[in-house]
Design a protein around this ligand. Structure first.
Ligand code: AKB
Length: 316
């Protein structure tokens, strides 16, 4: 029997997918949201609704899933992030690029109404403006992840104009969450620091103390993603990917905020980590005025609220 609004979430076991699937199931009903991943899900996800093994690079496998569910919405979250991508650039390009094209083609063939695909601040590079980086500016990413996201943005806009596919996208900053582990990014220190602060009372950052980066709490990221997906299509003026901002801070500033809760917390800084060069090539803060204008985006969590919430939930 066909379900009302079948939604596929591909890459459902990752940092974003874990929370997004729960949220979508609470809105659309558990049976209508199919969690798909290349890896076995944890016990809760598996038992809370349908799960399918999906490899976006295996077209026949993907076709069977589209045939079975005829999805009206697809969220494609499967990707290799910035730090991991540098260890295997060709694989990162293959998954991030061909995975996207395979999904877009099946969405066209099977009449999917809406698609969500995340981009990243990694689309910017050393010659992009660092402060309040605008929606449109010089973009010269120098990681394979950033290159694949920028190329993916161009494909999304192309499929929208050429074939009328309603694809929506956000350039996520570093996402901070306590429910699922981060997935091999440059911004992951901002999660590890909380775990180590509670477990060891100290943390060694792989980024220098003054490395400022755009970040966002996962609650805001999920809310923003759903708000973009629910916005009327005619309001959306960006069909590549929207700039999206939460807060910006350095490891030093985050450590000082954690010290308000754990006064004895100590931070130290490692040297020669390849992630430093990636972070130094990225923006320090993002101008997301177009998202505010087009779909009324407003940040909810600032640094102090996010820190308090992270510590509270991790302690539990
Ligand atoms: C990464 O660090 O690679 C990701 C991102 C900013 O897209 N968190």
């Amino acid at each position: 029997m066909l379900m009302q609004e079948n939604i596929l979430v591909i890459g459902a076991n990752g940092q974003i997918g874990t929370e997004l699937v729960n949220h979508l199931r609470s809105v659309y009903g558990s049976d209508n949201v199919v969690a798909c991943d290349i890896r076995r899900p944890d016990y809760d996800t598996k038992n809370a609704g349908p799960f399918e093994f999906v490899n976006v690079l295996e077209k026949e496998n993907l076709r069977q899933i589209y045939q079975k569910y005829k999805p009206k919405q697809v969220y494609l979250l499967a990707a290799i992030l910035s730090a991991t991508g540098e260890q295997n650039p060709k694989l990162a390009w293959d998954l991030n690029m061909n995975g996207l094209l395979n999904v877009l083609d099946f969405c066209l063939e099977f009449g999917t109404r809406k698609i969500y695909w995340p981009s990243s601040i990694a689309v910017f590079g050393p010659n992009s403006p660092k402060q309040q980086t605008p929606q449109f500016c010089t973009m010269d990413p120098n990681t394979v992840y950033g290159i694949s996201k920028l190329a993916g943005e161009r494909w999304c806009e192309y499929y929208f104009h050429k074939y009328g596919l309603d694809i929506r996208s956000i350039r996520y900053p570093g996402l901070i969450s306590w429910k699922a582990a981060p997935g091999g990014g440059t911004t992951d220190y901002a999660i590890h620091i909380f775990h180590d602060a509670l477990k060891k009372g100290k943390y060694q950052s792989f980024l220098s103390g003054d490395t400022e980066l755009p970040m966002m709490y996962m609650d805001d990221a999920i809310r923003g993603t759903i708000e973009l997906m629910e916005a009327p299509a005619e309001n959306l003026t960006i069909r590549s990917s929207y700039n999206f901002a939460g807060m910006s801070f350095t490891p030093e500033v985050l450590a000082a905020e954690i010290r308000k809760h754990i006064p004895e917390f100590e931070i130290s800084y490692g040297e020669n980590d390849p992630r430093q060069a990636i972070a130094s090539s990225w923006p320090k803060s993002i101008d997301d005025s177009q998202a505010q204008k087009d779909w009324n985006w407003k940040t909810g969590f600032d640094l102090s609220r996010m820190t308090a919430d992270m510590l509270l939930n991790l302690k539990r």
